[in-house]
Design a protein around this ligand. Structure first.
Ligand code: PLP
Length: 434
């Protein structure tokens, strides 16, 4: 038996030379490739598998885990080496806690597979915001000019306006609807564009293929915050994105119980992304990675349900006299619908509405009395949420003036008729105050 499985015995270089990763079971069955799997999936078959099938098989190596279906939580800092020669040779698959464990590797591999055609690899970060900063730090250096959509997640702006500014990177915000005209903003030192579609409060759709094509023509890196659609509804690298960020905290988790960020990269950028990750050692927690792998298996089912429920609710809002506008890109008369229809494969369950003007007290009466909608700054979980918001305070390239109170809804997995009844009662309270 190899030394890796010997408990309580002193380390011995001699032992280490014998079958280092082979264990033995009570049944006498030896661990080995193919023992605990169905037939090995050929590369050709893998190429044609649908995303739901890929989500089931991605990142799973039962033959490396004594036949258990799921890769367990590996906690660890130190990894032992068998001898000096190995220690001073090329870095082994697992070398130290910050460089990865079987759990993090399983999630990285799985996400690369989910990120679709053109994805070369993935690194993990402790939060979605950490993943955004990691992607930016991969692409940028002192003296660079960075273009960021005015609709970006607000803490992304804080990172650009503070840390990047201090490092000598100049950030310019642009109109999210700019499309191919982004090229008019290019300067000799423009190296990076950050896109996000749709904006996670205001829901402008961006023409990502046009922006990334203009960027590619000038050797500029395109980073996308793809959290809303996930790669299931927007395969980022196929659409020209170099570095794609996912806040795994949202739909990958699906249960509001973890924090995680993921950055996938195409072939041109993966080496640099990995090197930046190694330099920061900004590691995700092992339990969070395990839960994310668990969430991955049902992500498409949850997303499809979120899409269905979200659309049902958005359509209902569109019939309400209190609602001025519904910002849901999958609704045919919503802003950005044509781009959504052309580029996206689905819609998640997050959207906003604009109310006709009412006093603040009327909005508070509506929201405070809701029984099924929590109020909180997140989304992607199984439970429904609502927040009032106002982008006007931080926008700089465009004006946010929707002409009424804006509310963002995250639609969960409750029965949609119960949600509608709760909101119906909410509108009654709103109308009683106004
Ligand atoms: C669009 C978007 N990107 C990134 C993030 C950041 O994720 P995290 O909260 O894991 O840092 C969020 C969080 O709300 C988000 O809404």
């Amino acid at each position: 038996m190899g030394f890796l499985f010997s408990v309580g015995r002193p380390y011995s270089a001699k032992e280490a030379t014998v079958e280092p990763i082979t264990g033995e079971f009570r049944t006498g069955v030896k661990r080995g490739v193919g023992r605990f799997k169905m037939a090995k999936i050929s590369d050709e078959t893998r190429k044609h598998l649908k995303s739901r099938t890929r989500a089931v098989i991605a990142g799973r190596e039962p033959d490396e885990q004594f036949g258990f279906v799921n890769t367990p939580i590996y906690r660890g800092s130190t990894v032992l080496y068998p001898d000096v020669a190995t220690l001073s040779g090329p870095r082994p698959r697992f070398s130290y806690g910050t460089k990865g464990t079987p759990t993090t590797e399983a999630l990285e591999r799985a996400w690369t597979e989910m990120a679709g055609p053109g994805a070369a690899g993935t690194v993990l970060a402790p939060t979605g915001l950490a993943a955004i900063s990691l992607a930016l730090m991969t692409a940028l250096k002192a003296g660079d000019h960075l273009l960021v959509t005015d609709s970006a997640y607000q803490p992304t702006r804080t990172f650009c306006n503070t840390i990047l500014k201090r490092m000598g990177v100049e950030t310019q915000y642009y109109d999210p609807l700019i499309g191919a005209d982004i090229a008019t903003l290019f300067r000799p030192n423009t190296t990076t564009i950050l896109v996000e579609a749709p904006g996670s409060q205001s829901f402008e759709m961006q023409d990502i293929p046009a922006i990334s094509a203009a960027a590619q023509a000038r050797g500029i890196c395109t980073i996308m915050d793809n959290t809303w659609a996930t790669p299931l509804f927007f395969p980022p690298h196929e659409r020209g994105v170099d570095l794609a960020v996912e806040a795994g905290t949202k739909y990958l988790s699906g249960h509001s119980d973890l924090m995680l960020g993921l950055v996938s990269a195409n072939d041109a950028w993966f080496k640099r992304l990995r090197a930046t990750f190694d330099a920061f050692a900004m590691c995700a927690g092992p339990e969070d990675c395990f839960l994310a792998l668990r969430g991955l298996r049902t992500m498409e089912l949850r997303l499809r349900e979120a899409e269905k429920q979200g659309l049902a609710l958005a359509q209902w809002f569109a019939t309400r006299p209190e609602v001025k506008q519904v910002l849901h890109p999958a609704l045919p008369d919503a802003p950005g619908h044509d781009i959504w229809k052309r580029d996206f494969l689905g819609a998640s369950g997050l959207f906003s509405i604009i109310l006709h003007p009412v006093p603040d007290a009327a909005v508070a009466a509506m929201l405070d009395g809701l029984e099924l909608f929590g109020m909180g700054y997140s989304w992607g979980g199984y439970e429904s949420l609502v927040i009032p918001f106002d982008c006007a305070s931080y926008r700089t390239a465009t004006q946010w003036n929707p002409g009424g109170q804006a509310l963002r809804f995250q639609v969960g997995l409750e029965d949609v008729s119960d949600l509608i009844a709760d909101l119906d009662a909410g509108f009654e309270r709103l109308n009683a105050v106004k």
